[in-house]
Design a protein around this ligand. Structure first.
Ligand SMILES: [Zn+2]
Length: 458
């Protein structure tokens, strides 16, 4: 299959130019204005459109088991949602249950992802640690294409790692030439506040945001930065949501420490007032961790993206049905956490970032694709339009509008936290591994068309 994209403006993180692109099989083979296109290629007129690297969403949870529940979006429909929004690669999470083999769990996830419609890769969560875990981490890094391991400082009953184990895991990650990622919130503060709120009779979903204040996130972020500093391992803070945590990151970066931060499209858009909706069923839809914050914190996140202190944007796509959420209507601590976003992430960043002049189109490409490719070591194979790179490409219509509705979205849930928003800037066409998979508002990707992306050690 050969594709020739002409008349468009190619936008990479390091610059833009009006030029043409030739794709042969799954690789970009030529860029230029003097390409003689082969006879047997399909020609795509990109007049008025931006030709950008396919988005990389470095944080998703598709078909993730949680207790007796499972996230609603799977690798098939979730991948389609991603492609329709301009994302061609996701990095999902393998979460071993404590005591369970990491390799066994990794194989389970890989099996579920066989039907993926977009490209995928995996972080592995370190939920417990001993020598057998250390050995399996080595196999994951050396043979399975995993170069990032996640750690939790909260959720004590399930996946939180105790501080001693965290130090040991960080050291093993460093030894393997991999990257530590962390979900940073102070578990003791949160548990204390949850008990206090419930004892005061506050069971409404607003208890979720009241029990997870920015200071709890700021403290834990500061703490894991210190641990990473001692071990001298690169650190990536997932879903950084507030000014408190960003201050800790910026301070470390200024001292030369290798610390990266990720922001979520939801945190960049929504306000904490959503938790105060009178109707509990509505408020419960927004429960995710960390919670949505106030304008002050959103402003800090946008400043961080613009300055480069925050490098990536993700969705943390983790969808639960209304029925699942209703389990916690009388106790906010029992509401399953998570939000959609895999479909609308790039539209939100363009609409709220580029349209409002907070980011340039090149910065948009950097924070939606290129930086994630670099940090997770798949650059320049991904995140760049250049000869030799994989042909994951999006034709972006910068002024076309898209209205979000649960009636039309590709998520497997019957509501949307972005319901009614109209975003300016949306994909017209998406190319995955050299094949058109989204065109004329329709996703045509087949189950299994997504490829597993191995990420080498550093
Ligand atoms: Zn997550």
């Amino acid at each position: 299959m050969k594709l020739f994209i002409y008349n468009g403006t190619v936008v990479n993180a390091n610059g833009s130019e009006k030029t043409d692109v030739l794709i042969e099989d799954s690789i970009i083979t030529k860029i230029g204005i003097d390409i003689v296109e082969p006879d047997d290629c399909k020609k795509i007129n990109a007049d008025g459109l931006l030709v950008i690297p396919g988005g990389i969403d470095p944080h998703t949870h598709l078909e993730m088991p949680m207790g007796d529940l499972r996230t609603a979006d799977g690798f098939e429909n979730g991948g389609r949602a991603a492609l329709s929004g301009g994302t061609t690669t996701i990095i999902d999470f393998v979460n071993p249950v404590r005591g369970q083999s990491f390799l066994h769990t990794f194989d389970q996830w890989l099996e579920r992802a066989q039907k993926a419609t977009c490209n995928y890769s995996f972080h592995v969560t370190v939920t417990w640690f001993d020598q057998s875990v250390a050995d399996e981490m080595r196999i994951l890094a050396e043979e399975k294409g995993v170069n990032s391991f996640k750690h939790f400082t909260t959720y004590r009953d399930t996946i939180m790692l105790d501080p001693d184990s965290m130090l040991q895991s960080f050291e093993q990650v460093k030894e393997l030439g991999c990257l530590c990622t962390v979900h940073a919130e102070n578990d003791e503060i949160i548990t204390f506040l949850q008990r206090k709120l419930l004892s005061q009779g506050i069971t409404h979903p607003r208890g979720h945001v009241l029990s997870r204040p920015p200071i709890a996130e700021g403290e834990a972020t500061h703490r894991v930065i210190a641990i990473a500093k001692v071990v001298e391992v690169p650190l990536y803070i997932v879903h950084l949501s507030c000014a408190d945590a960003l201050r800790a990151v910026v301070s470390a970066q200024q001292k030369g420490q290798e610390v990266y931060a990720e922001s979520l499209c939801g945190h960049l858009l929504l306000d904490e007032s959503v938790y105060f909706a009178k109707e509990r069923e509505v408020a419960a839809r927004y429960v995710m961790t960390p919670p949505y914050r106030t304008q002050e914190h959103r402003d800090a996140l946008w400043d961080g993206l613009a300055s480069g202190a925050i490098q990536t944007t993700a969705s943390d796509n983790c969808t639960f049905t209304q029925e699942n959420r209703n389990r916690g209507l009388d106790d906010f601590t029992k509401i399953p956490n998570g939000s959609p976003g895999i479909e609308d992430r790039m539209r939100i960043i363009w609409d709220q970032g580029v349209r409002t002049n907070k980011l340039t189109p090149e910065q948009f490409v950097a924070v939606t694709s290129t930086n994630a490719a670099k940090i997770f070591n798949i650059y320049p194979r991904k995140g760049l339009i250049a000869p030799g790179a994989d042909a994951d490409i999006v034709l972006w219509a910068p002024t076309k509008q898209h209205r979000v509705s649960a009636q039309t979205h590709l998520h497997a849930i019957d509501y949307s936290v972005f319901e009614g928003f109209t975003f300016t800037g949306t994909p017209l066409l998406t190319i995955l591994n050299g094949e058109i998979v989204f065109e004329n508002s329709e996703v045509t990707a087949r189950p299994g068309q997504g490829q597993y992306i191995q990420r080498p050690q550093f």
